[in-house]
Design a protein around this ligand. Structure first.
Ligand code: HSE
Length: 445
């Protein structure tokens, strides 16, 4: 019988306990697939006495995950603590330095320190596996690291945050306002009490930074991602999108351009019927474009105990089989420096919603600002007065309660983001709008 592979699991929250459940249920099959027994030797968590519905008495307990990471009783350190610094970082570094394989679900840690940790893993000839860090249960890392290596990847994009997708789906299906849908997500356990990380787009950006590196062989560059969250999306945006045949999704997109790599996370209008538009609720989706394979779309659960632990398990089985890849496909010292394509150079169609004071000349001034930037409009939709009456009077009349703002929606033909931003600056300066313009990019994916 081959030697057992001994694990130390740090962090016994949702994913850690999910992993122990997989062992309880499937260990015979897992051992067979691995070619050797896999044993949980030790565990570490913040609170030893918390009721997790599982007996921990068979495992050695460590209060300090760093000590566990260095302990000779383990071969693989499974980091499920989370966070880019603190004990997650120090314990992973300790494990790699002690020549232990590391399996982690920690996207924040890798987004910020991934290149250094990858180098450390290579130096010590051990694995640094992170399937669970991107889109939970979707096997996207393996797909990119292994199955698509015959291709040059041209673009990767996806719905990388289930919380945002749940909120946007609720807003569309139930006509809820953003705050109401967020509250629902929190009540259902899909959103944190402080939801900033998810709804602000940062969680999706962490995942995108890793996808970019896997796709293009570049150093991870989280700080160069353009990020917009979903909190400015209003029911009227959803309604108009529906009327026009689009659904609004928070997308993460990384694309190779002539100027460098564009990495962006923002709400996007995608046409009904496209694969990505049909991914709803907490489900995630990743689409990879390869120059020979074409489009590969992976859809599945992006979070939760079972799906995330399933990915962690796959990484552990690889280690048990002796399969060790460079963490980001190519040796760390051959990852190329990331060159950023400026978001201002982004080209596409745009949805713009303006809250326009109903006064003579206001439309003309807006059209003028668009024309100055040579932006061609595909359609203009006026949704009727938001409140009150239509004001009859002189354009220079000061704003008054008679001037009811009216939602005006412009859809542009393909143009450059720089021109859009300049036009919107001009429109704001003209003083004919009651609030900041809303701008949503349209993608025909
Ligand atoms: N909070 C994430 C989501 C899952 O809502 O998709 C973990 O990254």
């Amino acid at each position: 019988m081959n030697n057992p592979l001994k694990l130390g699991i740090a962090g016994l929250g949702t994913v850690g306990t999910g992993l122990l459940h997989i062992f309880q249920k499937n260990s015979e099959k897992i051992n067979l697939a691995s070619g050797r027994p896999i044993k949980v030797a030790a565990v570490s968590a913040r609170n030893r006495n918390k009721d997790r519905g599982l007996a921990l008495s068979h495992y050695e307990w460590f209060d300090d995950p760093v000590k566990m990471a260095e302990d000779p009783s383990i071969d693989v350190f499974v980091e499920l603590i989370g966070g880019e610094e603190g004990v997650a970082r120090s314990s992973v570094e300790a494990a790699l330095n002690a020549k232990k394989h590391v399996v982690t679900a920690n996207k924040a840690l890798l987004a910020v320190h991934g290149v250094a940790l990858s180098g450390l893993a290579e130096k010590n000839d051990v694995a640094l596996n992170f399937e669970a860090a991107i889109a939970g249960g979707i096997p996207v890392v393996k797909t990119m690291r292994e199955s698509l290596q015959g291709n040059t990847i041209t673009r990767v994009y996806g719905i990388l945050n289930g919380t945002c997708n749940y909120i946007l789906t609720k807003m569309e299906r139930e006509g809820q306002a953003y705050d109401e849908a967020l509250k629902d997500a929190q009540d259902a356990g899909f959103a944190e009490v402080d939801p900033t990380f998810d709804v602000g787009g940062f969680d999706a950006a962490h995942k995108l930074s890793l996808l970019t590196s896997l796709a293009f062989g570049t150093e991870i560059s989280f700080e160069n991602i353009y990020i917009e969250g979903i909190s400015s999306i209003s029911p009227i945006d959803i309604e108009v999108a529906t009327d026009l045949g689009y659904r609004i999704k928070l997308l993460g997109v990384a694309v190779q351009t002539e100027d460098g790599i564009e990495q962006r996370v923002h709400p996007t209008m995608v046409p009904f019927g496209s694969a990505i538009a049909e991914v709803n609720g907490v489900t995630n989706c990743v689409n990879i474009e390869g120059n020979f394979v074409g489009d590969v779309t992976l859809v599945g659960a992006g979070a939760g105990a079972g799906p995330t632990a399933s990915s962690v398990m796959a990484d552990i089985i690889d280690v048990a089989r002796g399969v060790i890849f460079p963490p980001f496909v190519v040796p760390t010292n051959q990852l190329v420096a990331y060159k950023r394509a400026r978001m201002r150079q982004h080209e596409g169609r745009y949805y713009i919603r303006l809250s326009v004071y109903d006064r003579p000349g206001a439309f003309a001034a807006i059209a003028n600002r668009m024309a100055e930037q040579e932006i061609s409009l595909e359609s203009i939709v006026q949704r009727g007065s938001e409140v009150g009456q239509v004001h009859q009077g002189n354009q220079n009349t000061p704003q008054s309660s008679f001037e009811s703002p009216i939602p005006v929606i412009l859809i542009t033909h393909k143009t450059c983001e720089n021109f859009i931003r300049k036009a919107l600056e001009g429109i704001e300066a003209d003083g004919n709008i009651a609030s900041r313009p809303q701008m949503i990019r349209i993608e025909n994916l």
